[in-house]
Design a protein around this ligand. Structure first.
Ligand code: NCD
Length: 327
């Protein structure tokens, strides 16, 4: 028997990057959510620091504005003892591709351990991941994926309901432009939840049923007997052309108010990834209803989930590339 070495932290997620939820197994998703759950208690203590990532460098590279996601990743890295640098990059509409790869190569030369990247173009984060040596986390790419948002939503639901399998989850609003919707659909269907999407026909992607969801255009019908009501922001910045008549009309038909909510289960929880347009996709009172809304809890879970993702990726990197093969 070889002499026992000090056991390293267990591998919960044996991948180099977290670029999306699509393609992850239920075991991988569970592993990340379990690890995140264990960080919730640490975040509620007065002393919130662990040394799991001491000596590591994380760069937040945001080509698109963000408040909660960027802050959440920054706090997550710092609570794990890493050095965190924030870079906001203004995108010029021309030469976007060049800017992206140039920036990635420059940062790569500084030997970070993790790059957390948000970009307005779908696929840009995966492209960047192919060019660098470190781990890459997708913090949102266009209308494609936002994996840590889906993981934090799943953790929030699981803590409230004790499970994901078998629940009926309605994702409502601007599904067409939403990376949050896409990542949540992949995650929830993989975990055995029943997913419905509810939107005006103009905001439903073509052939959405192929993602394993049921589509509705009527809020009351779609919300019937739901366990979870997940609202989405109208992403006007991604809309080219007129997708909705007016925000008032939109609220009347697709905004969540108590009247429409009455169709859901009486104990259904209300979620929103933020930022909210109060009075457009959600009534202000409903959003602040302490008995039904878990929107603030989602923000809290966001830090724990990002700690889990950063921790899991660096554990895998340590185990798989122990000799740092001259990178
Ligand atoms: C979401 C995003 O950026 O995709 N927000 C977030 O991450 N907090 C949703 C949105 O912008 O509507």
């Amino acid at each position: 028997m070889p002499p026992a070495l000090a056991p390293g932290p267990a591998i919960v997620f044996d991948r180099r990057h977290l670029l999306g939820i699509e393609g992850l197994s239920a075991a991988e998703i569970d592993g990340l959510i379990d690890l995140a759950d264990s960080y919730v208690a640490l975040n509620r203590q007065a002393e919130k620091k662990s040394s799991a990532l001491r000596g590591r460098t994380i760069i937040n590279l945001f080509f698109e504005t963000s408040t909660r996601t960027r802050t959440s990743f920054e706090l997550a890295g710092k609570r794990l003892g890493a050095d965190v640098i924030n870079m906001a990059v203004a995108t010029s509409s021309i030469k976007k591709g060049e800017t992206l790869i140039d920036t990635a190569m420059t940062l790569n030369a500084m030997r970070p351990d993790v790059l957390v990247v948000r970009h307005p173009e779908s696929g840009a984060v995966s492209l960047l991941a192919q060019k660098v040596d470190c781990s890459v986390v997708n913090a949102g790419d266009g209308s494609h994926e936002h994996p840590t948002q889906a993981l934090l939503d799943a953790l929030t639901i699981r803590r409230r309901r004790g499970r994901l399998a078998g629940l009926v989850v309605a994702i409502c609003g601007d599904v067409r432009h939403s990376r949050v919707a896409r990542s949540n659909i992949h995650l929830l269907t993989t975990m055995g939840a029943h997913v419905r999407v509810i939107a005006p026909p103009t905001l439903l992607p073509a052939a959405i049923e192929r993602m394993g969801v049921e589509a509705f255009t009527d809020m009351r019908r779609g919300l019937e007997a739901c366990d979870v009501v997940m609202m989405l922001r109208l992403q006007v910045e991604r809309m080219q052309g007129n997708f909705v008549p007016s925000t008032r009309e939109y609220f009347r038909f697709w905004g969540l108010d108590y009247d429409k909510l009455a169709a859901a289960r009486p104990d259904a929880i209300i979620m929103h990834p933020g930022p909210m347009n109060r009075g457009v996709e959600i009534d202000s009172e409903v959003a602040d209803d302490i008995d039904r809304s878990v929107i603030r809890e989602q923000v809290e879970m966001g830090v724990a989930v990002r700690m889990a993702c950063l921790d899991a990726l660096t554990r895998a990197a340590r185990a798989n590339r122990p000799a740092d093969k001259g990178r």
